[in-house]
Design a protein around this ligand. Sequence first.
Ligand code: NAD
Length: 500
Amino acid sequence: MNTKMAPPRVFKNYINGEWVSSVSGHTFDNFNPANRRELVGVFQKSNQQDVAEAIQAAKDAYKSWRIIPPPKRGEILYRAARMLVERKEAYAEQMTREMGKILDETRGDVQEAIDMTYYMAGEGRRLFGQTTTSELPNKFCMWMRSPIGVCSLVTPWNFPMAIPSWKVMPALICGNTVVMKPATDTPLSTYNLVQTLEEAGVPRGVVNLVTGSGSEVGTAMMTNDDVRVVSFTGSTEVGRKVSAACAPTFKHSCLEMGGKNIIMVMEDANLDLAVEGALWGGFGTTGQRCTASSRIALHKEVYKDFVEKFVARARSLKVGNGLDPSVQMGPLINESQLKTVEQYVEIGKNEGAKLLCGGERLEGGDYDYGWFYSPTIFGDCDPQMRICREEIFGPVVSIIPCGSIEEAIEIGNGVVYGLSSSIYTRNVNRAFQAMRDMETGIFYVNAPTIGAETHLPFGGTKQTGNGHREASTAALDFYSEWKAVYVDYSDKLQRAQIDT
Ligand code: NAD
């Protein structure tokens, strides 16, 4: 028997149309969070020089890419979308290995990239501007979209293909060029996306990929004078640093950050539906979604019934390696995230919340090789507890009793974040009241706080975002600038506001 193991696959940076090693000569290993014995791949530990080269390549490529007719750019994206469809299963499996979430969810992640790619490809034949009247005779007025330049795209690990696609596709269709940096825990899915774009025919230098740390690679991408646009998705803490780094040269920055999302369950709700929603919203992606339903404001009249059902369902969830089709919840992304969850569970207990289920690291057998934690529910929470205000980013749901919709809305809005919220009710008046009064960028009725579609704006208010939106036509507003154009065909000098 041949016991020799195949050498691990080494993945390179993509700069100016070439797959290249980092000039640093260093690499980092990426392991499967469900099985630390499995090396997913070896990636480039890049440095500032790699970033500078990638930005220079993007700057050079911008000169020709910006004037390619957008429908032609769209044709490349259509090709990329079709290739993603063909590769969906393979990419989903690789994503489960590097990120841990179950196959159903990684298929959804790739599907989101497919949807976004098709959507933005179609924008190549739209990118609508407007025409309008002029106050002067024989004068024509319009405004149109212009590309901006080089974009730095920095992404987190929880949606490793979907989130990069939300950024790169609108950037490209608008005529910009990009440098992308995925999180160090999940570089493979972004690599796969970039490779697909290359094979679909994106010209050299238009898309560049540099892997490595946030402190070195990320910082260099935020501070280079040739970068005009920064799109960042990640924690609020890092987003604050990104915002400060962009300020001196007034780079446009789109910041999509943390959340502390709430499901409000009213006494007239379809309770079984609400329980299923809370389960999917709270424990899908192991609670590691920016839109995770980490809080539930639960009407006192249905408190006991809901809690009984919810706890029973959470206890029944099968936790394990996401490649196993019977598994319903995968591991946490890494040891540090697991420790964060452990700390918050201790905080919750010390604050006096009632631990209803979970609250422990899963151990024994294959669990010992991954970062597994049990689905955890706290009951009888006070909205002021830290577990009800701070983002935990793990499988921990806090239930807060409430007595009315007004109270639920107050609890819901009482955090610094404003990403997503939802209400379960059969009363249309209450649904509209909550829709009007919740301060979140996304709102659902009779569904959990997760489930965004690519043709609707995505993003949050308050400390979740800085006012921009991803996806939909809203993304075009970030990746292009309006140019107002006046065409005077009167053959004489006409002065606005003066020659009235
Ligand atoms: P993170 O902030 O630690 O890292 C995000 C990215 O920023 C990574 O690529 C990282 O390497 C890079 N980075 C780190 N320091 C940097 C620096 N100083 N300069 C530039 N880049 C730097 O976040 P994470 O742990 O990867 O992801 C989890 C967080 O992302 C959660 O807070 C979650 O809510 C948030 N998130 C938000 C959304 C949204 O759309 N609102 C979506 C998904 C995740």
